[in-house]
Ligand binder design. Sequence first.
Ligand SMILES: Nc1nc2c(c(=O)[nH]1)N[C@@H](CN(C=O)c1ccc(C(=O)N[C@@H](CCC(=O)O)C(=O)O)cc1)CN2
Ligand SMILES: [Mg+2]
Length: 292
Amino acid sequence: MVAKLLDGKKLAMEIRTHLKQRVQELKQKGVTPKLVVILVGNDSASRIYVRNKHRAAQKIGIETKDIELPQEITENELLAYVKKYNEDDSVHGILVQLPLPAQINAEKITHAIAPAKDVDGFHPVNIGHLFMNDPHALPCTPHGIMQFFKKYNISLMGKHAVIVGRSNIVGRPMAAMMLNNDATVTITHSKTKNLSELTRQADILIAAIGQAEFIKKTDVKPGAVVIDVGMNRNDKGKLVGDVDQKEVAEVASYLTPVPGGVGPMTIAMLMEQTVKFAERGVQNVDGEVSNG
Ligand SMILES: Nc1nc2c(c(=O)[nH]1)N[C@@H](CN(C=O)c1ccc(C(=O)N[C@@H](CCC(=O)O)C(=O)O)cc1)CN2
Ligand SMILES: [Mg+2]
């Protein structure tokens, strides 16, 4: 078997085209979706992701305000920025790019973003709604992965989904989304015993461990759908995923490439969520008018 590649770049472009239309409709109603992106410090990768978010937003017609803050900023100073944009009615979405410098408690910051403007879907209120199968805002990476299943008609019903990695931004929300779509979900992590025994049972395998080419051919059931969330630099400085792509492509039915798989979908979903939040504002206004 040779795996079919799930092209995230192409799917993200399709999604952006639809979003452009939705933004135009919003603008006709006098609303321009507005996203505030806060970048703290000098992390070079974060700088690139923020730039890519800005470009994606521009292409669709979303207004962005990029705020660059110094590495040494205090937690309270950063919280003051979040508060300011929480209170600004022209802003529909706020995100703080992660990771943050060591002196700042990232949880405290993400928890300070108003749940209604939490385009990253990281706030505990939004995570709670997601786990209760009543999603309000969805973390962008797992939400992007769900779009592959939709696009390629990969049903999750009754399937065994095995997730390697239990982070708050990928593993845990991924588990909730797949559970909400009737998969049987196993979450594994660095302390899991006999990991390969579990990954070999997966109909759908999500690799989000942060270790270069960790998942080998022998860890994968023939015909499995394999999603590679990893972004690591190997010893030659090349970007590689958590999956040994060359080997695993020989046994998987579907595989997301790195680059060009999950990454572009993360940004597409951020755009989608920003538009959705702006549409909610319009619905509320329409509601008030019709009730009046
Ligand atoms: N506030 C947030 N911080 C972080 C998030 C997030 O969703 N919200 N996710 C990651 C970083 N990230 C977006 O912020 C992100 C990372 C990578 C990509 C991407 O498109 N990657 C490319 C490859 C890029 C390269 O060549 O280095 C790909 O996979 O094709 C998009 C978004 C952590 N922080
Ligand atoms: Mg990718």
